[in-house]
Design a protein. Structure first.
Length: 136
């Protein structure tokens, strides 16, 4: 739910700050980076077209909750470092949910998968985060 009207640039800067030093876990950990789509990202086809990617690439659509669940749903006996990292991921999700609507997650490709977490900013721009996961 949107509650403020920060500019796209301000939101991207806030996302960059919140993601600083976080690595998205997979077989090869990669950073989360701010992302602004070159065009419409309202569907897998629109994202592939906007980003100049092959229409033949497989795209899996998921949710922010499913994507970040492993980082947010911790064991009862999680140590302070794990709890602190989970709080940082929660801040990222909160930023996305507070400033964007129509949030979706696209996993593009096989093995080395580009993950786009995008939503619509009040300006009409599609913004969010991008990272890579490796799954063999």
């Amino acid at each position: 739910m949107q509650t403020s009207s920060v500019s796209p640039e301000e939101l991207l800067a806030s996302l960059a700050e919140a993601a600083q030093g976080l690595l998205f876990p997979s077989e090869s950990d990669h950073p989360l980076r701010p992302f602004r789509s070159r065009g419409d990202a309202s569907s897998p086809t629109a994202l592939l077209t906007a980003e100049g990617l092959s229409a033949e690439l497989p795209v899996e659509v998921t949710t922010v909750g499913e994507l970040f669940a492993p980082m947010l749903d911790l064991e009862e006996n999680a140590d302070e470092a794990a709890l602190a990292e989970a709080a940082r991921y929660r801040r990222l999700v909160d930023l996305l949910e507070r400033h964007l609507t129509d949030i979706r997650v696209y996993r593009v490709g096989r093995v080395a998968i580009d993950v786009y977490v995008v939503g619509r900013h009040p300006s009409g721009a599609w913004l969010g985060l991008v990272t890579k996961v490796v799954e063999t």
